[in-house]
Design a protein around this ligand. Structure first.
Ligand code: UD1
Length: 336
């Protein structure tokens, strides 16, 4: 019996594959390499010393998904596959709705056909919109500020309807806060080809000299130093959160949202300082205007994940910064 990991060569997906294999799960991975590279498949095998079946396919492709479920005994799925760039989603909403929703519907249909009802869905703290207070609990009101976020919220609602229609389903809606860092090996991590949207990849590129300066989006928020505060979680902790959720949903039915965050908030300037201290590399920055759609503060209340999944984070901020940079340095060496 295997766990299907869709989008398993992406940033969070690849780290989750490693943790699943380390925990002794058999996995089957599907990815179309839209936002990742084939080498990641080899890297996962290199880190774990374990083999697994890989399918290059699009999760919207019904025939391909049917083939995967026919050829393997799948007992549950973790669904990472999806587009994830906020700015692009504003420019191309139809593409985002089509891909993210269609892939999920295709997956669900195929799972039902094969009597497989265990699903962990890759959601986001973005579904809380602009929260009135922090820490954020799972029962806070939901809203979104961009099409990417709306795809996550719509899919959460769809999955709730799916459960109502068939109570055999067991679904975890995993709401990620801000994943950063990389696997200790330096073999997998996050290094977008384009100009990064997110803070840590941008800091990495400035530290590496590939971009001249970090633009800090606003220093007039109602926070400790005026810059935005977020809950940064080590991607390996986030991956471990999936294993904890999987264990839980394999023994029950229902649909439950869980926050996966550390519960601690760091400002942009604190992140710059932490990065510089952890790695001994300077990060030049300047204060710029706020980024439209940004919120001041966002951090998790992780009580539910702790009590119901037994999940807590192991990594502190200095290690997150070190591991993020280590991956970039290793990539540089490999590309020489
Ligand atoms: C962003 C997305 C969110 C998505 C998440 C995925 C927006 C508005 N939100 O969240 O929907 O789920 O990524 O990881 O894009 N910052 C800078 N300079 C930069 C980049 C970021 O100052 O070059 C600041 C931001 O203003 C924010 C903090 O750093 O205060 C974190 O930003 P980011 O990494 O983009 O994450 P979120 O905005 O939390």
């Amino acid at each position: 019996m295997a766990i299907l990991v869709t989008g398993g060569t992406g940033y969070i997906g690849s780290h989750t594959c490693v943790e699943l294999l380390n925990e002794g799960y058999e996995i089957v991975v599907v990815d179309n390499f839209y936002n990742s590279k084939p080498i990641v498949v080899d890297r996962i095998k290199e880190i774990t010393g374990k083999d697994f079946k890989f399918y290059e396919a699009d999760c919207c492709d019904k025939e391909a998904m049917e083939k995967i479920f026919s050829e393997n005994k799948i007992e549950g799925a973790i669904h990472f596959a999806g587009y994830k760039a906020v700015g692009e989603s504003v420019a191309k909403p139809v593409m985002y709705y089509q891909n993210n929703i269609d892939s999920t519907l295709t997956l669900i249909e195929t799972m039902e056909r094969h009597n497989c009802y265990v699903l962990a869905f890759s959601s986001s703290a973005t579904v809380y919109g602009s929260p009135k207070t922090c820490p954020i609990k799972e029962d806070f009101p939901l809203s979104t500020t961009n099409p990417y976020g709306t795809t996550k919220l719509f899919i959460e609602r769809i999955l709730q309807d799916v459960y109502v229609s068939n109570n055999k389903w067991s679904i975890a809606l995993l709401r990620y806060f801000n994943p950063i860092g990389a696997h200790k090996s330096g073999l997998i991590g996050e290094n977008p080809n384009d100009i990064p949207n997110n803070l840590m990849p941008y800091i990495n590129k400035v530290a590496a000299g590939e971009l001249p300066i970090l633009h800090v989006f606003g220093n007039d928020y109602d926070t400790k130093d005026g810059t935005g505060v977020r809950d940064y979680i080590h991607v390996v902790d986030l991956a471990r959160g999936h294993i904890a959720a999987l264990r839980k949903i394999m023994t029950q039915t229902g649909v439950e949202p869980y926050n996966l965050g550390t519960g601690k908030g760091y400002s942009v300037l604190e992140m710059v300082e932490n990065f510089e201290k952890a790695n001994g590399v300077p990060v030049k920055y300047q204060i710029d205007a706020r980024r439209p759609g940004d919120i001041a503060t966002c951090f998790a209340d992780g009580t539910k994940a702790k009590e119901e999944l037994g999940f807590t984070c192991q990594y502190e901020i200095d290690e997150m910064c070190r591991d993020a940079w280590h991956y970039i340095e290793e990539e540089k060496k490999r590309n020489k």
